[in-house]
Design a protein around this ligand. Sequence first.
Ligand code: DP6
Length: 331
Amino acid sequence: MKSTRAVAHSNIALVKYWGKREAVPGQPDDLNLPAVGSLSFTLDRLRSDTLVAPDPRDSFILNGEHHADAPKIFRHLDRIWRATGRAAPRPTTRVSSTNFLPTAAGLASSASGFAALTLAAAAAYGLDLPNKDLSVLARRGSGSAARSLWGGFVRQHRGGDGGDGCYAEPLFPQDHWDLRLLIVHTARGPKSISSTEGMQRCRATSPYYQPWLDTSEADLAAAEAAIAARDLSALGAVMERSCFKMHACMLASAPPILYWNGRTLDVIRAVWAAREAGLPGFVTSDAGPHVKVLTLADHAEPLAAQLRDVPGVFEVDVVAAGPDAHVEILA
Ligand code: DP6
């Protein structure tokens, strides 16, 4: 095997992935098939930088710290080795990853992390596949990771029930449209419920889960058309709807899932008030209390300044569209 390095950028879903399909009998139980398609915006600056190299034993180093026990990482290496078609055991491997993400926790590193790991490990093991097929492998590590293989705007397809057609592909490149995403930090510390667990509870108990599934493809089509036309109001409307439908689905679960805090709501109201006053921004939020606001480049700094003044906001990062992931062979 070779030593490799990959860099993949984080992404935020504008139309959300929330929910997993049940495992298909006769197929591996780790396909991680999303119940809906999704559409994302890749982020500049926020990224994972991952080195993969042969080593006498498996090891995982994250931000300089050794983690003896990292089952998700080593299972992912097994998966990639199996895809090469070569006999077990796979070579023992060192994975060393650095996340360049905002210091306040709550922004998932799994998207950029599993995308970079997939690219680096595939190159290290000599697995030469088109990115579309690598996106399928990345998805099995984490659903949102499939979208982090490309810059700009990326779509993850739901595909058929058996998993056919369930891959990600780039829609529009990084320079298609000069947008900014403001990341408004409303808390510190890790999230309370993992997204995997939250998705399971929604599927099992939320009366809104089926309507959530039924309305997703229309949102994806509307968002794609709005991005093609560079129409922020149209994109913002569908993006907010997708976000609030997802959270409504969670709120109606038993017991309820509530990722927001009071400041989350204060920030959402502040964005809406700014919009009323002529400074357009549109909100979304994920499995955590932070608010992400999509706006045009020219409006980003004035809007960020207003949001920094909302009591309890820790910081506001202003992030542009990010580039494609890339990989290099080191030795
Ligand atoms: C709310 O990709 O973290 O951010 O497939 O279980 O690893 P797993 O889930 P993950 O879920 C992301 C959920 C979300 C919406 C999104 O990114 O589309």
